[in-house]
Design a protein around this ligand. Structure first.
Ligand code: M6R
Length: 613
């Protein structure tokens, strides 16, 4: 979704803004712009399309001089992608510039009011009302910008992170947030604002996380924060220890491939420190053993791939805990009148920690009295900050829109959580506990083995990349895995694909199978392997071409029933097998998209972090 960067200091602002925006490109956008104040006054440059178009327009930033500025990458919501709808948006006088992430829900009402005051609008965006409204109050407040911004905030409904620059107060930036991420970067004689820490990591690792309703005033000398009533507040300075090169391609052609290859290390980082003396151990875990024993119901709530992790988690946790686990799409949770009370644990999963639907579900769960445990990758993100308990996936920054290492580490954390709870509930025999733990510890090296098969997977992709429709089938965890395999393929290759529980085929979908249809049969779960064989035979009989994913000991069986290609994963505990099985599916999607010439790291219409409903 949209990205924001702001700079005030002694460097030329425009190149810093372009650099920051380049690091936010992965979030998805369709246009970009900057506003910089310098000896020529407040200069604005905006362009539809890739950031390079904007960069060329202003000669890499050299064409605009000044030491303070704001920049934005826009992902269109109100008004089509165009130069004029791009941010920054200007007030009527051209003296106030605003960049905005989120949606102003009452913009129509505000626009009508402003038009009644004689304001003419240049764009179709909701954001433009903010620029005009700030100017309206600025005049009423006799030129007090902070107070004008504060008065505007009390009139806005919806979600927003805003960066504001005024030609009348050119040595400062104002930042505000509500339900949309915004951080402040604190440097030496320079300060930053950004929607995502990766935008400013090159310049500073000291950040302040703004809370909803808070405002900040940034000058080269410092950062001052205020609550919604404009009372000064002290904010903690947090150190970000992500490596800068973790957010660089490091010689790989695509972030997605780099992140697929990083999975063994990411899982090692996530799992190893949490195992002590043969037991799962969580530092400062906010749930007591009594809380766990009294837990009557458990929900897993998430969106997209994180939801698919929850689907695998349901099978695994119910197996380990013998307790019902419901998985809910975050976008449905708050509208479904969920049965939640203070004995309910809601596990929220989110890579970014900023997904708006997931955040809203979290708040609904808390409102209903539940305890919320979140599994999050981004430190200090909104979801992490509002949860009762946070388990971080230490995957490092994930840049590719299509998630890979975040999915794998989320799954590993859920397995650890299952073991932790099972020990307290006494629901797993010791032998089984140790077998799962052992498989988790061996997972990184087993993933390395799977990654070694990438040439074979590339070859299979070359045989099937021009299919227009693909079905993933499987049972139990293999079905849950199919959901993720299908999403990976469709989101980056634009091939229509669907995942079905194999047993459902005969209830309708099998009518779609015809000569040459590609079916990817997932059959890693040994207990149900014979059933998987029957389903493969069924679709083969109707002309489907089948690619099978199974364990090494079942390769020959799959070849024997005419699978056109068989990819295998090493033997592991069934709870851990999906963590191995997902890797060939990620690689297959990657190679198919590569052969189709798709924009792998930035698929069309998608954003890395979905911060609107
Ligand atoms: O940041 P989150 O995990 O909350 O994001 C949820 C989904 O938007 C995300 O998993 C999405 O489905 C993936 N990027 C797809 O690869």
């Amino acid at each position: 979704m949209c990205g924001i960067v702001g700079y005030v200091g002694d460097q030329q602002a425009a190149p810093v803004l372009l650099d920051g925006l380049a690091r936010l490109e992965y979030r998805g956008y369709d246009s970009a712009g900057v506003a910089v104040f310098g000896d020529q006054g407040l200069e604005v440059a905006k362009a539809k399309g890739r950031l390079q178009v904007l960069s060329d327009l202003i000669d890499g930033g050299r064409a605009i001089h000044g030491n303070v500025g704001i920049g934005h990458t826009r992902w269109a919501t109100h008004g089509a992608p165009s130069d004029v709808n791009s941010h920054p948006h200007m007030s009527r006088s051209g003296r106030i510039a605003v960049v905005h992430n989120g949606i102003i829900e009452n913009y129509a009402e505000l626009k009508a009011f402003l038009m009644g005051e004689g304001v003419e609008f240049a764009s179709e965006t909701d954001t433009e009302v903010v620029a005009h409204l700030i100017e309206y109050f600025y005049k009423k407040d006799n030129g007090d910008l902070l107070s004008a911004v504060n008065r505007v905030l009390h009139r806005l409904e919806g979600a927003y992170a805003l960066g504001i620059l005024s030609a009348d107060d050119p040595d400062q930036l104002i930042a505000v947030r509500k339900d949309s991420p915004l951080i402040l970067g604190v440097g030496q004689g320079e300060n930053f604002l950004a929607s995502d820490v990766t935008a400013i990591l090159r310049y500073t690792r000291e950040v302040i996380y703004l809370e909803d309703g808070e405002m900040a005033l940034l000058t080269p000398q410092g950062v001052r924060c205020f609550d919604h009533l404009m009372r000064p507040i002290e904010k903690a300075l947090c150190h970000v220890d992500w490596e800068i090169d973790a957010a660089e391609k490091g010689g790989y052609e695509h972030f997605m491939f780099k992140e697929i290859m990083e999975q063994p290390d990411a899982i090692r980082r996530t799992v190893s420190p949490r195992i002590k003396d043969g037991r799962v151990h969580f530092e400062d875990f906010g749930l007591s053993d009594q809380d766990i024993r009294e837990m009557s119901r458990m929900y897993i709530v998430a969106c997209g791939s994180s939801y698919h992790v929850g689907m695998v988690g349901k099978y695994n946790l119910e197996r380990m805990l013998r307790r019902p686990v419901e998985v809910s799409l975050a976008s449905e949770f708050r509208y479904m009148d969920p049965i939640v009370d203070e004995k309910t644990l809601v596990v929220v999963i989110s890579q970014s920690g900023e997904t708006l639907d997931t955040m809203a579900a979290l708040r609904e769960a808390k409102r209903l009295g539940a305890k919320v445990l979140s599994i999050v990758n981004v430190m200090g993100s909104s979801i992490a900050r509002e949860s009762d308990v946070v388990l971080y996936t230490w995957a490092g920054p994930e840049i590719s829109v299509a998630t890979t290492k975040a999915y794998s580490t989320q799954l590993a954390v859920l397995d650890l959580l299952g073991l932790y709870f099972a020990q307290r509930l006494g629901t797993l025999p010791e032998e089984e506990y140790q077998a799962i733990l052992d498989s988790l510890l061996h997972l990184p090296e087993q993933i390395e083995q799977v990654l070694e098969q990438r040439e074979q997977i590339q070859y299979l992709a070359s045989q099937f990349f021009n299919h227009s429709s693909v079905f993933f089938i499987g049972r139990n965890c293999d079905y849950a895995l199919g959901l993720e395999g299908s999403l990976k393929l469709k989101e980056i290759s634009y091939i229509h694909s669907e995942a079905y529980a194999s047993g459902e085929l005969k209830h309708g979908t099998i009518s779609l199978i015809e000569e040459g249809t590609l079916v990817i049969a997932l059959a890693t779960y040994a207990k149900l392997f014979d059933k998987a064989v029957s389903n493969v035979v069924e679709v083969r009989t109707r002309g489907a071409e089948v690619l099978a994913l199974t364990t090494e000991d079942h390769r020959a069986d799959m070849e024997g029933i005419g699978a056109a290609g068989v990819v295998t994963v090493p033997h592991s505990h069934p709870v851990v097998l999906p963590s191995l099985g997902v890797v060939p599916l990620q690689l297959f999607a990657y190679y198919v998209a590569l052969m189709r010439g798709c924009d792998i790291d930035k698929p069309r219409n998608l954003a890395k972090s979905v911060t609107v409903e």
